[in-house]
Design a protein around this ligand. Structure first.
Ligand code: DAH
Length: 365
């Protein structure tokens, strides 16, 4: 018998099978099993080498060897397959254990050590708080998309095609300049959506994210938040607007706060105004020799937001009869509101939302 024909002997094959089976059994993980598969079922494994010898055998010896080797291969293959399933299951089990999240753990640790629990962002809290103030007066929350049709964001609000704010140096256009879609630059488009969805009387409040192509610095951020308000009813006047905003100002800054309207211009309101707050740092006292007020830059007043009586063109665009109904609207920046309220001087703090910053505001505002 030649050296090679020894490879196909029952003894050799049995030995190859038993050593394969014992190693397969001992494999600790899928990587080890892969190596074992290579050694015992790969091209250079004893069984594969034996298989190659079959061709040189004759007659009965050939068919017996063929049978033996065929059986050996299927025994080894089955053992490999079974072990692979076992090891895969083990791995999944151990991942479940290793990646287990104990939702009570952080809280338990926080009580006993300095580990921190998550904190709400003050913007979320203030937006909800303002919404609550208006819900208490009978307003509904209205919503619109952040990627908004140019028509809703500009045209429907009486903002002409050549208005500078429409240029791509101020507005983020989605995909291309003629896509007709912008990232909304204000929450005012929600006014038009609310008017198209409802019939007067309409009282809605709409907090939300807005986008402008500003660089992030101490007072600007390309993504910020506004709260929009809109009322459409019979006989609404500027006095209703002033009373409503005074109420909001008091809930935000305390009973003592004083407000004033300053004439302004917005295409979607007529007349338009800016709502100013009396500076609560210098109490509206313009620059004195010994005090330079950084909060109001010695103006005595701080600009809080825009407002006005809804332009009749806008009411008509929404299909509302401007001879029967009038409306008022307003829009305030939420970051600005928080900055005034808490003396926050750098917008980065609001954008970064480091938990060491946000956790100071608690759950209520
Ligand atoms: N949308 C304006 C802005 O972003 C703010 C504003 C002004 C909203 C007047 C209004 C309004 O509803 O009536 O600057």
């Amino acid at each position: 018998m030649s050296q090679d024909s020894n490879l196909v002997s029952a003894e050799s094959i049995n030995l190859a099978v038993s050593s394969a089976l014992s190693e397969i059994d001992k494999a600790n993980d899928l990587d080890e099993l892969k190596l074992i598969k290579l050694n015992h079922a790969g091209d250079r494994s004893p069984i594969a080498l034996a298989n190659r010898e079959i061709g040189s055998l004759q007659g009965e010896a050939k068919s017996e060897a063929g049978k033996r080797i065929g059986q050996a291969r299927s025994v080894v293959k089955e053992a490999l397959d079974n072990r692979m399933v076992e090891l895969q299951n083990n791995r999944e089990d151990s991942i479940l254990v290793a990646e287990k999240v104990d939702v009570t753990q952080v809280l338990a640790n926080a009580k006993s050590s300095s580990l921190v629990v998550g904190a709400r962002h003050p913007l979320t809290t203030i937006a909800e708080h303002i919404a609550d103030v208006f819900i208490a007066m009978g307003y509904e929350i209205a919503e619109g998309p952040e990627a908004e049709a140019e028509w809703f964001n500009f045209d429907s609000l009486n903002i002409s095609e050549d208005h500078p704010s429409r240029s791509s140096s101020d507005t983020f256009y989605v995909e291309s300049l003629d896509s007709g879609v912008v990232m909304r630059t204000q929450t005012s488009p929600v006014q038009m959506r609310a008017m198209l969805e409802r019939k007067p009387p309409i009282y809605v409040i709409a907090p939300g994210k807005v986008f402008r192509t500003d660089e992030l610095d101490a007072t600007h951020t390309p993504v910020f938040h506004q709260v929009e308000g809109l009322a459409v009813d019979k006989n609404l006047t500027m006095a209703d607007l002033k009373g409503t905003l005074d109420h909001l100002a008091k809930t935000m800054f305390g009973e003592e706060i004083e407000t004033r309207f300053r004439p302004s211009y917005f295409p979607f309101t007529e007349p338009s105004a800016e709502l100013d707050l009396k500076c609560f740092v210098c109490k509206g006292v313009n620059k004195k020799e010994d005090f330079d007020c950084k909060t109001c830059r010695n103006e005595g007043w701080i600009e809080w937001g825009g407002c006005g009586m809804v332009n009749p063109n806008v009411l008509e665009t929404a299909g509302i009869d401007s001879t029967r109904y009038s409306g008022f609207a307003f829009g305030m920046g939420l970051e600005r509101t928080l900055m005034f309220r808490y003396g926050i001087t750098d917008m980065h703090d609001l954008v970064e939302a480091d938990i060491r910053f946000t956790s100071n505001f608690g759950l209520g505002i």
